[in-house]
Every structure is written in C-alpha cells, then in structure tokens.
Design a protein around this ligand. Structure first.
Ligand code: UDX
Length: 481
C-alpha cells in the first residue's frame, strides 16, 4: 500500500488493560505503522510485563522504527486478580492513579521527547472518559476506540433512554419481558439480553455511573473506531451515527491486519501472538489427530470465572455429549480449589478418551483448524469476531457486560449459534452440543460460511472496512496537521 509521506503524524494509543482490547489495539497500531505514522503504544506496567514475558512483541515491532512502547501504572497492586467480580476495581484505581499520570505524561512533552515528535492524535479506549480533557488541554484530536461489540455499545448508549422510559431498573423479575426502546433491537431484545449491569436495581452503582459518564464523553471525540464490519452491524451503525457522527468500522481487525501484511495468505492464521498467558501449543498436535469438524472448542476468555459447580455441569455436559473437546482452563478461571482427587472417575476417563485441557491456546489458530466444529464461548467480542471469521458456529454462555447482548445477536439475529445464557445444567449443555455438532449442523454451518465470507471481503481492497480504514488514516493525517 503506497501512502503519501506523512506530515509528522504521531498517534498515541492507550488500550483498556485487558487481553481483548490490548490484542485488538496492537493490531490497529500495526496498521497505522504500515501507514508510516509514528505510533506510541501505552500499556499499563502489568500488561506490559506480561506481553514481554509471553510474546515476542518487542522484537516483532522493531521492523517499525517509528513505533515505541511506553508504560504507566494502573494503580493496583501486582497481586490483584484483575478478573471476575474484582475487575471493576481497576476503573477506580485508574481514575485515581492513571489519569493524573497520563495527563502529566502527555502535557509535559515527555512522550514527544522520547520520539522526537509531538503527539498529534490520541486513540484511547472509549471507557477512558478522562482522555477528552487531556486531548483538549494540549489541543490535539482524540479518537475513541470502543473494543466491545457495537451492538453492546449501542445498548450502553441507550441506558439514559431506558431509564427515562422506565424500562430500567426492571420492575418485577420477568427476564423474558421485551425491551422496546433500543432503536434497531425492537422485537427481539429481552431484559436478559441487556448488558449484565442492567440487572441491578440500584442505578447509582459504580459500573452504571461509569457507563453514563462514557456515554456523555464519547460524542465529544473527533471520531469513534469500532471493531466490526458494515455487513454485520450496518443498521445499528446508522442508529449509532445519530449520537457519534464520525464512525470508523474497520474490523475484523485481526483479518484486516493479516490481509494488509500478506494478501495472498489472508485466510491463514497469524504466526505471532499478543497473549498475556503462556500459550500451550501441544493442543495443535492433538487437534491434528482429530477428524474434520469433530471438536468443540471451549473457552471463557480472559476475565470470566466459573464456580466449581458450574465447572462440574460443563464437564458432565461435555463428556456426556460423547463429542471431542478442547477446553481452555485459564489459570485462576475456576473459583476455589479443584484438585484431581475430587473429580469423578467417569469425567477423567471421558476426558482421557476424547478431551484435551490446557491453560491457554493460540485461539485464532485453534479456530482456523479444520478439526474445530463449534465454539462454546463466553461471547467476548474478540472471540465472537474470531469465530465469525473462522466460520465456526457458537454456543454462547455469556458472563457479563456486552456479552449478554452479543449472544442474543449470535443466536437470534445473525443465526450463527445457540444462546445458552442464564443456564448451567449438564443436560442442557449436552443437548446444545449435540444440536450444534449434529442436528443443526447444516443450517448453522451455512450461515457461518456466509458470514465468514462477508467478513473477509470487507477487508479486501474496495471492501467496507478496507475503505473505512483508508478514511481513518486520511482523517488522522488531516486532523494532525
Ligand atoms: C473482554 C470483555 O469481557 C468482552 O465482553 C469484551 O467484548 C472485550 O473484553 P475477554 O474475556 O478479554 O473480554 O474476551 P474476548 O473479547 O473474547 O477476548 C479474548 C481474547 O483472548 C481473544 O482475542 C482470544 O483470541 C484470546 N484468547 C483467548 C487466546 O489467545 N487464547 C485463549 O486460550 C483464550
């Protein structure tokens, strides 16, 4: 790709310090490096150490001499779990500690001296409301990048409307009651499909206040970058455009980057990793020995935590389905102690025969493996997009935030899988797996193939996300002048 010579464009990228957002912002960073921009990628110390420990990211980016990493404190102690229910504590800590440090870092010119070039544009996660102030202080443009799903984000943006229409807080406990005032979702959105925090009866809760603050600041940015493609969420994007006019849907980012780096190999998974845990590649050898589309891949992402009872229901469901399974059990993802001596023999036996359990995998590679026939997922947005690109139908077991909305879209709107939210029962799990791999295989595979094709086309030259990325690059260049 030939871009005109940049006029001193220096973009500062600041992701939310979690696996999904960091992964996807690193991909955006690389795309901006390919446009010959100066890019500074700001991680929290915690994330930065883990990236250096488990990946070759430092050496990988040396091919871009105008790229550099910087790090900043997230305000939490090193041994804080940063997952499960305690994940929200990070927001308070960042507001108290990271915000002033970030302000000082950007306004003092320290970042500029380290790159011989002043920062001309900030790209920050949409949840960082404070970025508006910082960008205004030094008079540079700010673009927000919301790495959650746009369908989820649209429900966040409609929270004030839901409160005004008295649809929030819920009256009564019927979670199947329909929600009527989220434009574009009338008819299929139920209370149970709203983001998890909407189930609270207390609207003064910190998470809700955080979302309301985000809603307020988001339209103040010069633009909003989204990891989606128009063919998937086009109609919602037009609704969202009424609040945030300058939208850049440039996803799926992982495919976009692969396509730009190596167009002929775009359908192949990447060979590099942005993992915050050590990848166990032995599962790829195991997958090589399994029949075509026979394996159900199970992962609940980087934050969700299962109780021991839920673990047992899933385990029985998987083993009793008689299907093969590859199961990621991230360190710390099971609450409490669960040693092998407490596990019934039939589960251990079934796992030895048909299962493979590992701590963390190269997920994009796993999803692209021909042996994978389905993905039992927590419906995190990155996992959902990766599954869509790979053409793998999903079973959704959403945990929190946008995941409840994502799973409704997967099951009811896009028809790419089966939504299993709010249940955790071995009999239902067993049946849903059989439905996905056997009974409803053909209809779901046909939809998954179609959407995968549309996703890939969107990042090819002339495709919707391709053109939106060109527009973003040009926009940053013009705004930076
Ligand atoms: C968080 C939120 O919970 C989610 O709802 C939001 O959409 C994004 O941020 P997270 O748990 O990080 O989600 O899930 P997800 O967005 O799916 O990201 C997980 C990332 O980890 C994916 O990119 C996936 O490829 C990667 N992963 C996961 C691995 O590389 N290996 C694994 O074994 C599991």
């Amino acid at each position: 790709m030939d871009y005109p010579k940049p006029l001193f464009v220096h973009v500062l990228i600041f992701p939310l310090p979690l696996q999904g957002p960091v992964n996807c912002m690193l991909k955006l960073a690389e795309l901006l490096c390919l446009a010959d921009f100066h890019v500074t990628f700001l991680n929290t110390d915690h994330i930065h150490h883990r990236l250096l420990r488990y990946t070759d990211v430092q050496s990988r980016f040396t091919r871009y001499p105008k790229f550099r990493f910087e790090a900043i404190s997230d305000g939490l102690s090193e041994d804080h779990p940063r997952s499960g229910d305690r994940f929200v504590e990070m927001f308070d800590a960042m507001e108290a500690v990271t915000y002033p440090l970030f302000t000082e870092m950007v306004t003092s010119g320290d970042l500029s001296s380290s790159s011989d070039r002043p920062v001309t544009c900030i790209i920050a996660d949409g949840i960082f409301s404070f970025a508006v102030d910082v960008a205004q202080k030094i008079g540079i443009p700010l673009l927000y990048f919301d790495t959650i799903s746009p369908c989820g984000l649209w429900t966040y943006l409609c929270v004030p409307k839901l409160i005004q229409a008295k649809e929030l807080p819920f009256k009564g406990d019927d979670l199947d009651a329909k929600i009527t005032c989220v434009p574009g979702m009338e008819g299929f959105l139920r209370r149970r499909d709203l983001p998890s925090f909407c189930r609270s009866s207390d609207l003064t809760e910190p998470v809700i206040q955080l979302i309301l603050k985000e809603n307020h600041e988001l339209p103040k940015a010069q633009g909003l970058i989204l990891n989606t493609f128009e063919e998937l969420e086009g109609s919602l994007l037009s609704h969202m455009g009424t609040l945030c006019p300058n939208l850049y849907p440039i996803g799926p980012l992982h495919t976009h980057l692969n396509t730009r780096l190596c167009p002929k190999l775009a359908s192949k998974p990447p060979t590099f990793s942005n993992s915050l845990w050590e990848e166990d590649k032995s599962c790829m050898v195991w997958l090589d020995q399994q029949p075509l589309k026979s394996v159900i891949y199970v992962s609940i992402g980087s934050l969700a935590v299962m109780t021991k009872d839920q673990l047992m229901e899933f385990w029985y469901g998987l083993v009793n389905s008689g299907k093969r399974f590859l199961w990621v059990r991230r360190p710390g993802s099971i609450a409490g102690d669960c040693s092998e001596s407490q596990i019934p023999t039939e589960l251990l036996q079934g796992t030895r025969e048909r299962g493979c359990i590992v701590g963390w995998v190269p997920q994009e590679e796993v999803l692209a493996h021909p042996a994978i026939g389905g993905f039992l997922t927590h419906s995190g947005w990155n996992s959902t997009l990766e599954s869509i690109v790979a053409g793998v139908p999903m079973i959704c077991w959403p945990y929190f935030v946008d995941q409840q909305v994502n799973s409704r879209f997967v099951g009811e709107v896009w028809k790419l899988g089966l939504d299993m939210k709010d249940t955790c029962d071995r009999v239902i799990i067993e049946k849903t797996i059989r439905d996905l791999i056997d009974e409803r295989k053909d209809e779901l595979m046909a939809r998954a193939d179609l959407m995968s094709k549309l996703a890939r086309e969107s990042v090819n030259e002339g495709g919707s996300s391709f053109c939106n990325l060109e527009r973003l690059i040009e926009g940053i260049r013009v705004m930076s002048l």
